[in-house]
Design a protein around this ligand. Structure first.
Ligand SMILES: Cc1cc2nc3c(=O)[nH]c(=O)nc-3n(C[C@H](O)[C@H](O)[C@H](O)COP(=O)(O)OP(=O)(O)OC[C@H]3O[C@@H](n4cnc5c(N)ncnc54)[C@H](O)[C@@H]3O)c2cc1C
Length: 417
């Protein structure tokens, strides 16, 4: 064994960071706890769509992991390739790591596009995807407003997947085109068009139907064409094909969901269709009570709500709960006695619909429009990891009107003479 610790935590995302912040004193020592992550910084990914349209700087949503570990735990930057629960060992790019307790929070990866699409759509899952999209949109706009002859569909954007990510992205891209039209000297020859494709009959099907209703109305006002019951069959470098029709589109984004990290797909036990591994009422593997699986990687079925979705709001409740459970176990609590089960407190959900609007269902209160957008911003600032992140993201939002969007043309149109 190359190294080891009493508690090993894999992943410093929403679940891992909230766990480390609440670690009980006996584990709050670099010799007792080891954090492993493949990256040295962490991204507040729920704002990726705002990075893609230049409203938020990528560095504002990226923060270093090191402050989280100061005086709390040791940090190993490594890729974890496998877990051997029988031997209580992790296999990592830096060697083997032993543990007494293991908390796995490796999150998700983008669901793979099907073969007829994969070569010609870009995924939208991490900050690199957001920056690639920002580059593609910027390039398309500059070309479309240049004197050159341009191909049809240069400013058409096809977003595949009407979940929260696809909805938020479609709203932002439509608002971006509005912004660019107001700020640019030249008008493109062809009007931009954003089309959101959803295979089922509803947007954001796992949320209350209110989300679908408000999103469709707001997106229509922003000029987004929503196509329900419309799976995209194929994509090429010119556009997308669906139900016998073809939409020329230079930008084609795949936003149709996530899958569990490959790390948990190999774990013993039951898995759902996306690879998440089933965990019990203590968020541990049923046959390995020393292995917790939190956040997007674990499939927890709440007795009242059912299987919980892979969202940050679930992850940030599971981290602190696990810290308390570890504390109880360290004091000698048995598997049932003295260890209450995890229960999810549903505080609701909020989805942004462009810079000025959002839709929310928060603790039983349904909201839409600017009030929901204000709630959306407050929730996100609250969940950011540091004061610095809150400050710079807040500043990006505040300065957007005065200074324009990052990475996009920001000159005002010339006054008509
Ligand atoms: C575009 C987008 C928008 C979203 N918007 C929202 C939203 O508005 N609201 C909401 O509630 N949720 C949203 N989500 C979902 C939310 O981001 C996830 O539910 C949340 O990040 C899960 O937290 P986690 O701790 O499980 O994983 P993560 O936060 O993803 O953290 C995983 C960590 O594990 C590390 N890691 C992964 N694999 C390995 C490995 N093999 N070895 C070492 N380290 C590893 C990663 O580097 C990372 O630091 C969004 C997701 C996406 C993609």
């Amino acid at each position: 064994m190359d190294r080891g610790a009493r508690l090993v935590v894999v992943g410093a995302g929403f679940a891992g960071a909230s766990l480390l912040r609440h670690l009980p004193p006996p584990l709050r020592k670099p010799g007792e706890t080891l954090l492993i992550d493949r990256r040295e910084d962490w991204t507040f990914i729920p704002l990726a769509h705002e990075v893609a349209v230049g409203r938020v700087h990528p560095d504002s949503v990226r923060s270093p992991i090191s402050p989280l570990t100061r005086n709390t735990c040791a940090f190993l930057r490594a890729d974890v390739a496998g877990v051997d629960p029988a031997e209580r060992v992790l296999h990592t790019s830096e060697g083997t790591v032993g543990y007494e307790y293991l908390v796995l929070n490796p999150g998700s990866v983008a669901a793979h596009p099907p073969a007829p699409l994969e070569k010609h759509v870009q995924t939208f899952w991490n900050i690199e995807d957001a920056l690639a999209l920002r580059g593609a949109l910027n390039h398309a706009w500059n070309l479309a407003t240049s004197p050159e002859i341009t191909p049809p569909g240069l400013l058409n954007v096809a977003v595949v997947g009407g979940g929260a990510t696809g909805v938020e992205l479609a709203g932002e891209v439509a608002s971006l085109f509005d912004y660019l039209k107001k700020r640019s000297h030249r008008r493109p020859l062809e009007e931009p068009k954003v089309v959101l494709f959803e295979a089922t009959d509803r947007l954001m099907g796992w949320l209350d139907p209110y989300f679908d209703k408000v999103a469709r109305q707001t997106l229509a006002n922003l000029g987004v064409e929503v196509r329900l019951n419309t799976p995209v069959d194929e994509a090429d470098q010119f556009g997308v094909r669906f139900g016998g029709e073809f939409l020329p589109a230079a930008t084609r984004v795949w936003a149709a969901g996530v899958e569990a990290s490959p790390l948990v797909r190999e774990l013993p036990g039951k898995h759902d269709g996306s690879g998440r591994v089933a965990i019990d009422e203590h968020l541990t593997l049923p046959d390995h009570p020393e292995v917790y699986v939190l956040g997007d990687a674990g499939l927890y079925t709440d007795p009242k709500i059912g299987p919980l979705p892979p969202t940050a709001s679930v992850a940030v409740q599971q981290g602190p709960w696990t810290a308390r459970d570890l504390k109880r176990r360290m004091r000698g609590a048995g598997s049932r006695r003295g260890r209450p089960p995890f229960r999810f407190f549903d505080r609701g959900y909020v989805v942004s619909l462009g810079p000025e609007s959002a839709v929310a269902d928060a603790v039983g209160l349904k909201l839409r429009g600017p009030a929901a957008q204000a709630l959306y911003r407050s929730v996100f600032l609250y969940y950011m990891k540091s004061r610095r992140d809150r400050l710079v993201t807040g500043a990006d939002w505040a300065m957007e009107r005065a200074l324009g969007r990052l990475g996009f043309q920001s000159e005002k149109p010339e006054e008509a003479s």
